[in-house]
Design a protein around this ligand. Sequence first.
Ligand code: SF4
Length: 429
Amino acid sequence: MGSRSRCAEGAVKAGRGYPTQPAPAGGYSSWVRDTSVGVYVHVPFCERVCPYCDFPVVAARRLEPEREEQYVDALLSELERRRADFGGLHLESVYLGGGTPALLQVESVSKLVAAVRAAFTGRPAEVTLEVNPSTVERERLPGFRAAGVDRLSIGIQSFDDAVLKRLGRAHRADAGRATLAAARGAGFDNVSLDLIVAVPDQSQAQVEADLAETLRFGPEHVSAYALTVEPGTPYARGVEHGVLRLPSEEVGVRMLETLPRRLAGAGLEPYEISSYARPGFESQHNRRYWERTPVLGLGMGAWSIEPRSPGAPHGARRRNLRSLAAYLERAAAGGEAREGETEILEPATARGEAAFLALRTRRGLDAARFAEEFGAPPRRFFAAAIARAAGAGLLEEGPGGDLRLTARGRLVSDSVFEAFVEASGRPSD
Ligand code: SF4
């Protein structure tokens, strides 16, 4: 099935592989010349660790003030060290993800948002905060709004207690409803809600009920994923030992098919495989990953997409240390939080990524723009993958070589993407 399940919407937040994903109004050339930056701030603490989660997270039933202060100080010093690497770029988006960043006190969030804004020129188009449905976070929503947060991404996942329990989530459906009401009460008019489908024992009727309640609330944005079992998680062990039974591929696909039908029918347009928005409410921050434009990732395990340069014409990326202790230690010593070396993208890697990231979006892969960056249109590099996917009814090729997934292709997108990545280095003739 198509997408990966996540805690909340942040495209590629930290730790789990690099952004895997399309095209700005200005096209590929504007990717190369992009003069803006998005800042992602990773806050790893969670009330408890969900059994399917493989993000870099740390269980913290209570986040002690000293621990919070130490982490926020580390983030601020990292920002100070790294801002020059993104010098001259104007700030387009700020995203506080995790983990559960809304476990931070309002003062900490306020300090972080103010510091990021002061570090760059420009006024961000959106400042998003991920929130889980807990009482403590709910009570802080008015404070977060006053601190400059203007968009919430709420980890609802389901409105069904049995599904939430099966997911091992800390919250129950009523807490989700209370958080949504509190978000509107606090003045948030840009709310994204996360849903997970294809959960063990979940029925089609439960998915329909979750969608109906989602639409009654009327969010501006929805991120909806099929549950993915990541190796090494308690969920993976449960499946291995037969304790958890995932829905069959057929049932999972049927659930995924329901999403665009119900959401688009209510005005939430699918603009990316897992993302639905009312016009004008598409996530600006996630768009950056799909477009391969600069992102400064701060915090334990966070990824950065470095600005392009003559030495890295197709971009470069780096990831921070994934151990909290190591990250804090490095920050205290005033050192680099990077884990390993910065990876400069080879043309072949960049081609594969550009292709499949673009294919994630409704707009698809624009052949002329691809050629502008890579010297030849997609067919030059991906002829076999295109033929196979088109032959299977998963991909459409326009007269000018533009490529888009079909409705069926969107449901089994991973198989198409794999073929593109495998073929990325080899010209077809
Ligand atoms: S709340 Fe989200 S980030 Fe935290 S453990 Fe659960 S899935 Fe992972």
